[in-house]
Design a binder for this molecule. Structure first.
Ligand code: SF4
Length: 290
């Protein structure tokens, strides 16, 4: 397969065929994110994409899942996306799931009818990086949207029939906004009620604006214990109907997973147990990775 630059995908897309339909992220301005800093954003040409699809068809006997990279493939115009999905379905009739990252503004820009058409043409799952429900944190990290817009974007994807997976970042508010981040994130996710909630823990990449803020003393990272206490507040405050919670990302200090609200007590007990046995139960910084 041919790829341009580093490729990122959600952990749950580990066995998916990754098709690069855009290069980089059209926003590319979040202070903590270094994923696409080396790339100038552009849409790939249809010719390039179709060549990749033909190559993949030759090399792969079975393709059950396809992830459309890079940062926010939903930025494509609706007609282009529909035509691409037709090409994919034509070549890979066996595909069971097509997914992508969506920026909140991409979801808001599209009409509900467009999103439904995209869903019907094959996009089953959308990953939305909420990061935080706090407007102060969202502003500080330059996410480019408010918590209300985040709620509207998430709901819109679900109303279009898409499976929605949202991500929060533990510690993204630093010490100063940790409590607000936990409480407000619980508020926003409880309003969206996504199918999946993924929790990562902040890992700082050199060269990002956030890295410089830490060097200048403007941002104080949470300790592992503080991060876990923040997660405890978040989980305690979440009010969900049935959301699969995955807090087992390698960046986290403790691996947590369950279905909320049913496993809330179990998760809180696991956190308490880890806090009581922090020496042996918290993953060291040297083991954490994106
Ligand atoms: S976090 Fe997402 S939206 Fe923000 S710069 Fe990185 S890829 Fe783009």
């Amino acid at each position: 397969m041919r790829y341009e630059g580093s490729i990122y995908r959600p952990p749950s897309e580990a066995y998916s065929y990754i098709l690069q339909v855009t290069i980089g992220c059209s926003h590319n301005a979040c202070t903590f994110c270094g994923m696409y800093k080396e790339k100038n954003f552009r849409l790939r040409s249809k010719k390039e994409i179709l060549e990749d699809l033909d190559l993949a068809r030759k090399e792969c006997a079975q393709v059950k899942r396809i992830f459309l990279a890079d940062g926010n493939a939903l930025v494509m115009k609706t007609e282009e996306m529909l035509s691409l999905l037709e090409e994919i379905q034509g070549r890979f009739p066996e595909v069971e799931r097509i997914s992508l990252y969506a920026a909140p503004k991409d979801l808001l820009r599209k009409s509900s009818e467009d999103l439904k058409a995209i869903r019907e043409a094959g996009i089953d799952m959308v990953y939305l990086g909420v990061e935080s429900g706090s407007d102060n944190v969202l502003r500080k990290i330059n996410k480019g949207c408010s918590s209300e817009e985040m709620i509207e974007a998430g709901r819109k994807a679900m109303e279009a029939g898409m499976t929605l997976s949202v991500t929060l970042i533990s510690g993204i508010g630093g010490k100063k906004l940790s409590l607000e981040h936990a409480v407000e994130s619980a508020r926003v996710v409880s309003k969206i009620k996504p199918h999946y909630l993924g929790l990562l823990t902040l890992l700082v990449q050199e060269g990002t604006p956030l890295f410089n803020e830490i060097q200048n003393g403007e941002f104080a990272l949470l300790s592992p214990v503080e991060a876990l206490k923040e997660t405890k507040i978040l989980i305690r405050k979440l009010e969900l109907d049935e959301t699969i919670f995955r807090g087992n990302h390698p960046s986290n200090y403790v691996a947590l997973s369950g279905t909320l609200p049913f496993d809330k007590d179990k998760l809180l007990k696991e956190i308490d147990h880890a806090l009581e046995n922090e020496e042996t139960h918290l993953r060291g910084d040297q083991w954490r990775r994106l």
